[in-house]
Unconditional design. Structure first.
Ligand SMILES: Cc1ncc(COP(=O)(O)O)c(C=O)c1O
Length: 459
């Protein structure tokens, strides 16, 4: 394979050694981050002023008093107020390699020496190809996906997926989606998302039909969902453009369903010629395999698939039959050069360094984390912390019976005590963790102490 001028430069020994020196310097500063620490009294006022200003410019205060100082170490991040937190949400799932990872930083720096900041779909550079090729190499291992189109976020990847399905089934309009789905923030993705709070004041397009998600407590839940799917199809025969779902629900509550829940619905869609679009924006790289369709074993059924977050870029995969006609999807941006390089480096690490599979690093973290939550729920936090579950690095637990106000309050107490996580779910609210793949057993012990302290502080 030939190398371009830009690549030769980025790989030149001199440039690499400059980058390595710079990364070394950052790492020696990062080494001082040894664990959770409280804010520095000398920095609190300035940090508060900055956060207030952020609130003013964006017209809404920050959710957490969080502004990163630009340095971290593994699962730890330093904030502008001098505090260090254990970050178990990582930007809602972006930083799978944690903070200040030397290889991610070096790759980002190499990308920064490209001639352009953001690569366009009209004029891409080599990194565009390398990243896309790696994505396809991974995606095609257990699916029929053959092409990938880059975009800069999950919402846009989803818009492209929907357009591809609609063009294929033109003029079909209706979308079948799950209860409690989340699909992003564009006008149509806000409608596909099953949460009226995220579309207050927006008109309804009435293009979405709902199927209930799996309910392990209700006998016959899978049969019921299949029956409802069939009813929709019978009622809207010829007017259904796709069936879409998250293989594990994210915002909706970290809801997991077994393979047997999906297969009859997927078989029925195939029988009826209904396109299957799997939204892996949150699950990509997190479930112990690159794709949750691998974890759940239904890759053969997938026609279209979307990712973002840990990839550092959005992307829509298509099978050959679903490759849209020219003109349907485009857009100025394909991705920032630095993000494409960093995304590729992250994928290479995940692929080659024993992260994936039943005995990989991701599942090891999963088992330890779940065991820690169970232990708390059975001992000091009995009755206050229930139902830990999830797949791989996506883990949720229900504190205080899932009462929204209490769970929200707990996230703030946890933040104060040094642990950052977030909520998910409707009706029953849960604490959710998007645990980085570099989390150590020691970090999980720290999480346990902070969870216990915070829950007991509130109880
Ligand atoms: C399943 C799912 N789809 C789509 C999106 C939207 O992605 P983005 O926020 O990058 O636009 C998200 C974001 O959380 C998601 O979890």
């Amino acid at each position: 394979m030939t190398t371009t001028k830009g690549q030769q430069l980025a790989q030149s020994a001199k440039l690499r050694s400059h980058i390595d020196e710079a990364v070394k310097e950052v790492m020696s500063a990062a080494a001082k981050i040894e664990g959770v620490r409280p804010p520095d009294p000398d920095k609190i006022a300035k940090a508060k002023e900055l956060m207030d200003q952020i609130g003013v410019v964006r017209g809404r205060p920050l959710h957490y008093p969080y502004v990163g100082s630009g340095i971290g170490r593994g699962a730890y991040v330093e904030l502008e107020d001098g505090s260090v937190k254990l970050d178990l949400i990582n930007g809602i799932g972006i930083h799978i390699m944690g903070h200040s990872h030397p290889r991610v930083m070096a790759a980002t720096a190499r990308g920064a020496f490209s001639d352009v900041v953001v690569q366009g779909n009209l004029e891409p550079n080599r990194e565009y190809f390398d990243f896309s090729k790696k994505l396809l190499d991974i995606a095609s291992r257990q699916s029929r996906l053959k092409h990938v189109w880059l975009s800069t976020c999950g919402t846009m990847a989803n818009e492209n997926a929907l357009k591809a399905c609609r063009q294929k089934k033109s003029p079909a309009r209706m979308i079948i989606a799950m209860d409690a789905a989340f699909a992003g923030r564009s006008t149509l993705m806000a409608e596909l998302t099953d949460n009226p709070n995220f579309r207050v004041g927006l008109p309804q397009y009435n293009e979405v039909l709902r199927v209930p998600w799996y309910d392990q407590k209700t006998k016959g839940s899978s049969e019921r969902s299949l029956a409802i799917l069939k009813e929709h199809v019978a009622k809207h025969e010829g007017n259904i453009c796709c069936f879409t779902f998250e293989p594990m629900q994210g915002e909706g509550g970290y809801n997991v369903a077994p393979r047997e829940f999906f297969i009859p619905m997927l078989d029925f869609c195939k029988e009826k010629g209904i396109p299957i679009w799997v939204d892996e924006v949150q699950t990509f790289t997190r479930t112990g395999q690159f794709f949750a369709y691998e974890t759940l074993g239904f890759g053969d059924y997938v026609d279209v698939c979307t990712i973002a977050k840990t990839a550092q870029n959005g992307a829509t995969f298509f099978t050959s039959e679903f490759n849209p006609k020219p003109g349907l999807i485009a857009g100025t941006f394909s991705g920032a050069s630095a993000a494409l390089c960093a995304g590729l480096e992250i994928l290479e690490m995940l692929d080659k360094e024993n992260y994936m599979g039943d005995s990989g690093k991701i599942m090891k973290i999963h088992h330890e984390f779940i065991a820690m939550l169970k232990r708390l729920g059975q001992t000091t936090c009995k009755g206050l912390l229930e139902s830990p579950e999830g797949l791989g690095l996506m883990i949720a637990v229900t504190p205080f019976g899932g009462v929204k106000e209490k769970v929200d309050k707990l996230t703030q107490v946890l933040f104060k005590n040094g642990l950052i996580c977030f909520t998910c779910g409707r009706g029953t609210y849960r604490l959710r963790f998007l645990v980085p793949a570099v989390t150590t057993s020691e970090d999980i012990k720290v999480a346990e102490q902070i969870l216990e302290k915070s829950i007991l502080e509130m109880a």
